[in-house]
Write a protein that binds this ligand. Sequence first.
Ligand code: NAD
Ligand code: UD1
Length: 343
Amino acid sequence: MAGRILITGGTGYIGSHTAVVLTQSGHDIVLYDNLSSSSDVILDALKEITGKPIPFVKGDVRDADRLVHTLKSHKIDAVMHFAGLKAVGESVEKPLEYFTNNIQGAISLLNALQTQSINTFIFSSSATVYGEPEYLPFDEEHPTNALNPYGRSKKHVEEILQDIASSNPALRIACLRYFNPVGAHESRLIGEIPKGNPNNLMPSIAQVAMGDREELCVFGDDYPTSDGTGVRDYIHVMDLAEGHAASLTFLESNTGWHAFNLGSGTGYSVMELIHAFEKEANCTIPYRITERLAGDIAEYYSNPDKAAKLLGWKTKRNLKKMCASTWKKTKLTLYSSDTISQK
Ligand code: NAD
Ligand code: UD1
């Protein structure tokens, strides 16, 4: 088993769920985060879920000295790199901020790893690297043609990783291309905490269910899909977290650069998600059909066969579970300003 693992972005949404899965499967982990989009309150939640305190270092991945010190003092053997900015719209407005954080951050981290001869690296990539589908479902051979600065930051880091893996045969690198992560840990203690106005579908539906928004805007109902609304491949964040543990095991016996889709392989439409959520929350979600979103893609879903074959991993949690866990977490957030103390 890989020794001690550093999780950058470890107090964020996906990093914190992965921290639970890794700790519960016996790994030693250290979280590293600058807390720019998360809070260290998560550390109490993680302790409560796993029964152990999890070491945490407050730091930025662009801070080379802090990184090297952390890698040395915690005797790190492998790194999962979640830290980064992730809002597509914001990346169009502030591309340099995205390139600095996501690309410069990754380069800084990779340099630090090189100084310590740490060879195992798992990168949070995104299905967004594929861009407009040339065929569906997307397999890992599909050309990558990201359409916005966020997507390009992921594509560039993937390419950097490919180049360094070609230059150093000892490296073991996995780029995990996530489809649409949703849901929360069953404890309700951790989950996505959207900042400001979430634009993604699941948090928007949850806000309408909570009464924070009057209605949901459905962006177009004239796509060439089963009911005319956009189709996506939603994946429960705990399945995603388990995909990281499976990738780590895979890298123990495989060198080189590897890309994997992490998705369920099934697409659901906006209307299907609304109806599934209504059932779990026992409510009606008022909605209005609006114009298509500029640049939006009709259908986006994975072929997850490579991960099934090489990682021995596939998703286990269905749409009902994704909606139920989102709703449970949302209700807790609604009734408590301190999401940790109340259960
Ligand atoms: P998140 O915002 O919840 O977590 C990211 C974490 O990184 C935050 O805790 C933030 O404080 C930290 N961070 C940001 N910049 C940092 C820096 N320079 N140094 C140190 N820490 C920094 O996001 P998430 O949803 O957990 O996403 C994790 C990763 O997965 C990101 O790289 C994201 O691009 C990628 N991803 C997310 C999705 C999604 O829909 N959530 C989809 C595909 C890929
Ligand atoms: C977006 C990002 C993608 C990111 C993903 C998960 C873009 C272009 N892509 O993708 O990079 O990885 O989120 O975070 O932004 N919808 C509505 N009403 C809403 C919100 C969404 O109808 O209020 C529809 C969308 O048109 C789409 C579907 O719901 O058909 C899913 O939208 P969303 O959750 O934003 O995810 P993506 O568009 O896949």
